[in-house]
Design a protein. Structure first.
Length: 112
């Protein structure tokens, strides 16, 4: 071993405490990589090989539906303004409340 190899050899052990939820998140984010090298690389500012979180296709579909509803409301407002019709603020507020309620339901359904 030359001097360069001796300096790169890791001989110091570092320990730290986490709660059960933190441990679960760290292990999940490490993926197939061992936790020690994963945490060390992050602490040293190296790019990690973190895996992307899984996509909940049903949730994406539900949120897309809500987005479509918002687009329809915006289109209705713009069309009404251009044609000189008065758009009722109460009607719009009611629609927005329905959308908010839908989002709350979707959130509750997918975060149990």
């Amino acid at each position: 071993m030359d001097d360069n190899d001796k300096n790169n050899y890791r001989t110091i052990i570092m320990r730290f405490r986490v709660n059960p939820e933190e441990r679960q998140v760290i292990k999940y984010n490490a993926g197939k990589q061992q936790v020690g090298p994963f945490v060390r690389d992050l602490a040293l500012g190296k790019k990690s090989k973190r895996r992307a979180p899984p996509v909940n296709k049903e949730l994406v579909r539900e949120i897309s539906k809500v987005g479509n509803n918002l687009n329809q409301i915006a289109r209705h407002i713009n069309t009404s303004k251009k044609s000189g019709l008065d758009v009722s603020a109460i009607e719009l507020l009611s629609e927005i409340r329905e959308i908010r309620s839908s989002l709350d339901e979707i959130w509750e359904e997918h975060h149990r």
